[in-house]
Design a protein around this ligand. Structure first.
Ligand code: NAD
Ligand code: UD1
Length: 342
């Protein structure tokens, strides 16, 4: 039987590279499309090394519809996983047009070309940011979305709406939006991981760079929140577990197991962890010191959010498996690999 092929847009990036590995290991062929605006070709080479497969790579901007069309003409694939987007929340406030332009145009092109070429299945990278500050924990897929607090968040909500409306109009197509909680960690091989540009804005890359001596001191943004230890709470999901959720989503659509042609799943562990807990755990499992201090609250931060992942557990047959200890070890192994630390 011919292997199913999946186009992975943004496949040179953090989550896309891990997902490509899991797709190949699950028996899919993959074509990667990436404009390398936030990644390096080395990540594709590492994915080829890990899998032993010479995965085709096209350096194309998904916003360039004509160039993207050529990829649709060249390869036969039934499914697309769309990761390609700009993702820094703070930057989106400074450069809203860049975010609306990139995230909406690339997504419109993906679904438009899929429709034009009769390609069926799409997975969209959404985010728990669509829930804003929830009134009740944990959040289920039924928890109401709150108005977005950043252009980035707004693009996630808008793309979800574009997908919902498009799939309503074209019932021959299928789509799944995965709402990721906070992805962290790296592949167990330590050959791929997150590559933040400049000063990291996210917690774990800042922690690993501080442990490696690249940053002097981690600021913990707030210890006076209404939480048990006063710091914010998140649901940190291992990136390899997250990657496997995409394989499950594709398998569900390819195998006609979906109940509706548009479905939404929370992808998290179901466990809320505070910033202080995470930093302490990182130090403990890796036996390294992370200099840190309490700093003022960061504007726009959500106090607490964690997932009810039972819909994904029951329907996708997917469950987060790696422990926080394993994930924090993998994050440190990756940082050591990058910096040549033994
Ligand atoms: P990333 O920046 O590492 O990967 C995105 C990739 O897309 C990069 O390789 C970049 O070069 C590429 N890209 C961006 N615009 C493109 C375009 N127009 N054409 C072609 N390639 C383009 O980010 P990531 O963390 O892997 O995130 C992947 C997706 O998951 C994004 O849509 C992001 O919004 C979403 N997401 C991420 C998180 C997170 O915390 N990392 C959380 C929720 C949702
Ligand atoms: C946010 C978005 C998410 C987006 C992600 C990527 C929400 C709920 N989530 O995640 O959709 O994909 O950004 O940019 O809006 N922290 C520190 N010190 C630091 C860095 C972070 O204390 O140096 C704290 C933050 O205050 C927060 C936690 O660590 O409480 C996690 O922060 P971060 O990694 O930036 O992710 P979110 O803000 O949760």
């Amino acid at each position: 039987m011919k292997k199913q092929c999946v186009l992975v847009s943004g496949g040179a990036g953090y989550i896309g590279s891990h997902t490509t590995v899991e797709l190949i290991e699950a028996g899919y062929d993959v074509v990667i499309v990436d404009n390398l605006s936030n990644s390096e070709i080395g990540a594709v080479e590492s994915v080829r090394r890990i899998t032993g497969v010479d995965i085709p790579f096209e350096q194309v901007d998904c916003c360039d519809r004509e160039a993207f069309r050529k990829v649709f003409e060249k390869y036969e694939f039934d499914s697309v996983i769309h990761f390609a987007a700009s993702k820094a929340v703070g930057e989106s406030v400074q450069k809203p047009l860049l975010y609306y332009g990139n995230n909406l145009t690339s997504f419109m092109n993906v679904v438009g070309l899929m429709h034009e070429f009769g390609r069926q299945n799409v997975v969209f990278s959404s985010s728990c940011t669509v829930y804003g500050e929830p009134d009740k924990q944990p959040v289920t897929e039924q928890t109401p979305r709150k108005p977005a607090t950043s252009p980035y968040g707004n693009t996630k909500q808008t793309c979800e709406d574009i997908l919902r409306d498009t799939l309503k109009a074209y019932p021959e197509m299928k789509g799944i939006a995965l709402r990721y909680f906070n992805p962290i960690g790296a592949h167990p091989s330590a050959q791929i991981g997150e590559l933040p540009r400049g000063v990291p804005q996210n917690l774990v890359p800042y922690v690993t760079q501080t442990a490696a001596g690249l940053r002097e001191c981690l600021s913990i943004f707030g210890d006076d929140y209404p939480t048990p230890d006063g710091s914010c709470i998140r649901d940190y999901i291992d990136v390899t577990d997250l990657a496997k959720a995409h394989v499950a989503a594709i398998g569900r659509m390819v195998g006609d197991k979906n109940k509706e042609n548009y479905e939404i799943f929370n992808i998290g562990t179901g466990r809320g962890v505070s910033v202080l807990e995470l930093v302490n755990k990182f130090e403990e499992v890796n036996g390294v010191k992370v200099n840190h201090k309490i700093a003022p609250r960061r504007e726009g931060d959500i106090i607490a959010i964690w997932a009810d992942p039972s819909l994904a557990n029951n329907e996708l047959g997917w469950k987060a498996e790696r422990t926080l200890d394993e994930t924090l070890k993998s994050a440190w192994e990756w940082e050591k690999h990058l910096r040549g630390i033994k």
